[in-house]
Design a protein around this ligand. Structure first.
Ligand code: DC
Length: 219
């Protein structure tokens, strides 16, 4: 497929900062942005709405999916979040979602974040990032994102629940047979534990400039 602009792949586990980075890169570089996790979440939403289980075959839902489905509300609900890794582990679902991701970037290029963008969807991406952080850091970020208060008496209990949920999603995402979460051999790894979002963006832009030989300005 001929691609009309640069493709930047941003992969990594949940809550490592890849969504924030990918969105900001797309804004600075004026490229379309796709959060591919929303595709799997939208399929999961349809599975649950139909009264099916996350392990029931979901290819039909995936084949019928459009980008508009990713704008539906409720895709980040606890029910969808709990079920999505099992839906995303189905090879037929992954296969059915390949074209929609490739087409998304076919006209202008794009920044796509997910788990297998640099390994399966765009193995020829112009720049690949693998964004990661330790489990406690990711749990804390997710807790704060959800409006959590570290001074609350149940803060550590809630942090443990989030940590367990991230751990179990990591396990399913990393161990599935088809397109598991893994670092592409030619990806730039950014370990974000000790970095804020601005430093991650600035490091990523430095790499993008070097790779694309352009000088996008941070505004
Ligand atoms: O990034 P997220 O938490 O919204 O992703 C939701 C789920 O979808 C997660 O379990 C991993 C899976 N996923 C995937 O398997 N491949 C992608 N490209 C994106 C997400």
């Amino acid at each position: 497929m001929k691609i009309g602009g640069p493709v930047i792949a941003v992969d990594g586990p949940a809550a490592a900062g890849k969504g924030t980075l990918a969105r900001q890169l797309a804004e600075v570089l004026k490229l379309p942005y796709l959060d591919t996790g929303l595709l799997y979440r939208a399929v999961t939403w349809k599975v649950l709405e139909a009264g099916s289980k996350p392990t029931d075959p979901a290819e039909t839902f995936a084949r019928a999916l459009t980008i508009e489905d990713t704008r539906r509300s409720g895709l980040r609900s606890p029910e969808v979040t709990q079920a999505v890794s099992n839906v995303a582990a189905q090879p037929a679902v992954r296969e059915a979602l390949i074209d929609i991701q490739r087409h998304f970037a076919s006209i202008h290029g794009g920044v796509l974040d997910g788990r297998d963008i640099g390994t399966v969807i765009f193995p020829e991406a112009d720049v690949k990032f693998f964004i990661t952080a330790s489990l406690p850091t990711r749990a804390l970020r997710r807790f704060l994102q959800m409006g959590g208060d570290m001074t609350a008496s149940d803060a550590s209990e809630k942090l443990h629940i989030i940590e367990d949920s991230l751990k179990s999603r990591d396990h399913i995402d990393t161990n599935r047979k088809n397109a598991p979460l893994c670092q592409a051999h030619d990806a730039y790894v950014i370990e974000t534990d000790a970095m804020d979002a601005a430093s991650v963006l600035s490091e990523a832009l430095r790499i993008v400039r070097e790779r694309l030989n352009t000088c996008p300005k941070v505004t």
